[in-house]
Design a protein around this ligand. Structure first.
Ligand code: PEP
Ligand code: MG
Length: 847
């Protein structure tokens, strides 16, 4: 066993020293593991979180004892936070350099090496400890004696004091400055953004320097054995002779490849023994640390030292591949592989992403409404988007905000950018459904539809036809094109999803409105459709005109005629959906939006409609105006429409049942689920149920075919949640529409909240945008009340959530603990939801 130094305030890291992640940080613990694996780690002391906190508060550190324990060696200091991702102050090397040591090292190693060591220390000390202007302390290309004298003078000029010569004082200043930097507000906010608790501690590591400069082969490098972007096995890194720290990665000139490479010299050629040992250490750390590590090493006079090892920082696609490979090699369990992937990060695999290492010219920031990235030419209307698609040109649809009329344009575009809106605004919801990159709420951006220009917040002007890029993952719009990473739905992803499904104990369905959505839902293995918003089926051009005819019908005969034309189209939609879903449940929501949404908002569209319906334009304009409501989201929509104009729901119910008969004859028997939107009173359900039952009975007789169906209610008004007990009497299922429920609980428009939301969140009024992150206190209480009352009245009532929150890991946790049967979310979020639900089942097996 090694001898341990026993000096208060710090601990030498040995095989048996009491070092733990939560007292000394991840780096200290990892170094102890490397020592236990017999790797050549230079002598290292660890300062605990408490010791560093005391130093920040002004307690003197026992640096005399520390420095003495290293003899006359130079030392480095590195941060060691509990989770390496939380960051910390940068490393400082060569502490202990002073005039005396410089003289000795000049004799031992030569001028250049000694100057380089001293220069590096003065520079780091001046900038990070004395906080002097970095421009005055740039490292020279050649470490000459003049350059060294210049830097020492610059230090003296700036501080009116000589550069500190006492190694113990140098160390004490470095420790105090690092300890205080960690406690500063900026650093705290930065790490809190990465998930660190407010009181997260910092440990510090004081390590004997293996110099990396001097006689024989000397240098430093970094090596890893898996690619940080793809996760594929690959030796990656660089080595640089006569260098320190991570210089090999930052200085291209002279840096060597690690493995033999036709492009130039390599470490494998230069120092085969060291390279062979590194490979061996890589394999040992993969097996024993159960992770792919990045190892920092130094060679001093042909002798290898391991200074540090950190988990390879990685992109999501690499994280998946590495976790799956470790589990397949039996190094970690499948459950652990599942737990190692952040569910939200999966969406990075499903879409194109902007290459993080490429250039990025951001001209506008907004809300990241739908992930992925795409480049295309700017268009300002749905017509222009369709024309662009017909020419085979990718386009980005830019609007102040989108309306249902824009859906065909969104279908034709590769990305969407809107000046207004929030996470559940029209553009955001549709784009997520389509898997289309989308940025909304780009505040400060002017969209001039008439002159076809946008003026960005930073003043830049873009016109129709200019190429821009939308980054829906980061919520940014960029000028020009950008380098992209392809989606990565490979074997590792599919394997992880298979393990997730084996672990998962709640249902995951998709919100899917069209056959294309349903195919994506199937591709991602959704267990059914939890919400089919039927209104989206009416926005195709030929249907829209018939729909408008129906809305304008003066008599019930005219209305019946128009609905008669819509019926076969709807029936076809459902036959196709049922066919794709192959007997899996499909929950169809009856028409929800106010009729006004189907009418053209602009003059041009109204003129076209007048032509199609053979009416004077003034007539069309008048009728459009007559249908306008002050508060359409609280107006005649949802079940209110169904009760006021019951023929619409009759037609939809008939289309569903006729499709059920056809699909059941062709394939697996279908039991359709029909859902009534925006219910607030139980009597609404009774009225609709009576009519739907009558339509079902009629179709059974006409078709000579029996079938079952299930009628349920969307709980999206606070009253429906409170009265869920009554409502459940006549509902086989209750599906919570948390978009509207959030809107109505807060009394806050989901389309207008983008205007003030970031301000509200910044000021801490709301911890998060409640349209994005379920408000578990207020809206959540309504969900719990609704679920409890619904279940108490009807034990077998099926409970689910189908608002946009359904794909969020936090909402899934909430719904699982409230006993919900399934969640339903946009098709592209299904994998995220499957993994999140699986993690919950692994973590808390008993529901
Ligand atoms: C909801 O309100 O949560 C919902 C799913 O319906 P929509 O978004 O279509 O209003
Ligand atoms: Mg709704």
């Amino acid at each position: 066993m090694q001898q341990q130094s026993n000096i208060p305030g710090f601990t030498e890291i040995t095989q048996t020293a009491p070092i733990a992640n939560n007292t000394h940080g991840g780096r200290a613990k990892c170094l102890q593991r490397l020592i236990r694996l017999d790797m050549p780690v230079p002598k290292t002391l660890a300062l605990s979180f408490d010791a560093v906190h005391a130093i920040a508060a002004g307690d003197p550190a026992n640096t005399d004892a520390m420095i003495n324990s290293f003899g006359d060696a130079l030392v480095s200091v590195r941060p060691s936070s509990e989770d390496p991702d939380w960051g910390g102050p940068g490393a400082i090397l060569n502490i202990g350099m002073n005039t005396q040591r410089h003289k000795e090292l000049t004799q031992e190693l030569g001028d250049a090496a000694a100057n380089a060591l001293y220069l590096r220390f003065i520079q780091a000390f001046a900038v990070h400890v004395a906080r002097l202007d970095p421009d005055m302390f740039e490292l020279p290309d050649n470490p000459t004696s003049e350059a060294l004298q210049d830097m020492l003078h610059a230090y003296q000029d700036e501080t009116d004091a000589e550069f500190p010569q006492d190694p113990a004082k140098q160390l004490s200043d470095v420790l105090r400055s690092m300890a205080r930097a960690w406690e500063g507000t900026t650093a705290r906010l930065l790490r809190q953004a990465k998930g660190a608790p407010a009181d997260a501690g910092l440990g510090l590591i004081v390590q004997q320097m293996a110099l990396g400069v001097g006689k024989g082969e000397c240098g430093s490098g970094v090596i890893q054995f898996a690619d940080d972007i793809t996760g594929l096995p690959r030796i990656k890194g660089r080595y640089l002779s006569q260098s320190q720290g991570r210089d090999a990665l930052t200085q291209e000139k002279g840096a060597l490849y690690l493995t033999h490479d036709d492009r130039g010299p390599s470490l494998e050629d230069l120092c085969p023994d060291c390279f062979a040992k590194l490979k061996q250490y890589g394999e040992i750390s993969r097996q024993r640390l159960r992770e792919e590590m990045q190892i920092e090493f130094t060679i001093s006079n042909n002798c290898l030292h391991i200074l540090d090892a950190v988990r390879i920082p990685r992109r999501a696609r690499a994280a998946v591949r590495i976790a799956v490979a470790l589990a397949k090699d039996g190094i970690i369990s499948r459950e652990e592989a599942l737990m190692r992937i952040e569910p939200r990060a999966l969406s990075e695999l499903l879409h194109h992403q902007i290459d993080p290492e490429g250039p990025r010219d951001v001209f506008q920031q907004g809300i990241a409404a739908s992930p992925g990235a795409a480049s295309g030419r700017i268009v300002f209307s749905a017509n222009a988007a369709q024309a662009s698609q017909a020419r085979g040109e990718d386009c980005i649809l830019v609007r102040r905000e989108t309306t249902p009329e824009d859906v065909r344009g969104m279908n034709a575009a590769v990305g969407v950018l809107t000046a207004k809106g929030g996470m559940t605004s029209h553009a955001a919801v549709i784009a997520r459904g389509l898997g289309l990159p989308c940025v909304v709420g780009a505040m400060g951006m002017e969209v001039d539809r008439r002159d076809k220009i946008i003026t960005a917040e930073d003043g830049r002007v873009f016109k129709e036809g200019d190429v821009i890029t939308i980054d829906g993952t980061a919520g940014q719009a960029l000028a020009g094109t950008a380098r992209m990473l392809e989606p990565a739905l490979d074997g590792a992803f599919r394997q992880l999803m298979e393990w997730a499904d084996q672990a998962c104990d709640m249902g995951i369905r998709a919100n899917a409105d069209t056959p294309a959505d349903a195919r994506i839902a199937r591709k991602f293995n959704a267990q059914g459709i939890g919400l089919c918003r039927t209104e989206h089926m009416f926005f195709e051009q030929e249907r829209l005109t018939v729909m408008r005819e129906m809305i304008f019908a003066d008599t019930s005969e005219d209305r019946a005629e128009a609905l008669g034309q819509l019926l076969p189209m709807q029936r076809e939609d459902f036959v196709e959906l049922f066919g794709i879903m192959q007997g899996k449940p499909v929950c169809i929501r009856l028409l929800d939006p106010p009729l006004h949404e189907f009418l053209p908002a602009h003059r041009e569209g109204q003129r076209e409609l007048a032509e199609a319906l053979d009416l004077p334009v003034s007539d069309v304009t008048r009728r459009v105006d007559a249908l306008r409501e002050y508060n359409p989201m609280l107006g005649m929509r949802g079940v209110r429409l169904g009760i006021t104009v019951p023929e619409i729901y009759d037609m939809q119910a008939r289309a569903i049942f006729e499709a059920t008969v056809i699909a059941s004859k062709n394939g697996a028997p279908v039991v359709p689920e029909i859902m009534i939107p925006l219910v607030s009173a139980t009597h609404e359900v009774d009225l609709v149920k009576t009519r739907v039952d009558a339509v079902a009975a009629a179709v059974r007789v006409e078709q000579g075919h029996d079938f079952d169906y299930r009628l349920g209610v969307m709980v999206e008004t606070p009253r429906a949640a409170l009265r869920a007990g009554d409502i459940a009497q006549n509902a086989a299922f209750l599906s919570f529409g948390t978009n509207d429920l959030t809107q109505m609980t807060y009394g806050m428009s989901r389309d207008d909240a983008g205007r003030f939301m970031s301000n509200y969140v910044q000021q801490g009024v709301f911890p998060e945008d409640p349209f994005h992150m379920l408000d578990t206190e207020g809206v959540g209480e309504l969900l719990t009340i609704g679920a409890e009352r619904g279940r108490a009245a009807r034990k077998d009532v099926v409970l689910s959530i189908c608002g946009e929150h359904g794909g969020n890991p936090e909402s899934i946790a909430f719904c699982r603990s409230a006993g919900f049967d399934y969640v339903s979310c946009s098709p592209y979020r299904v994998p995220v939801a499957r993994l999140a639900a699986a993690q919950l089942a692994v973590e808390i097996p008993d529901r």
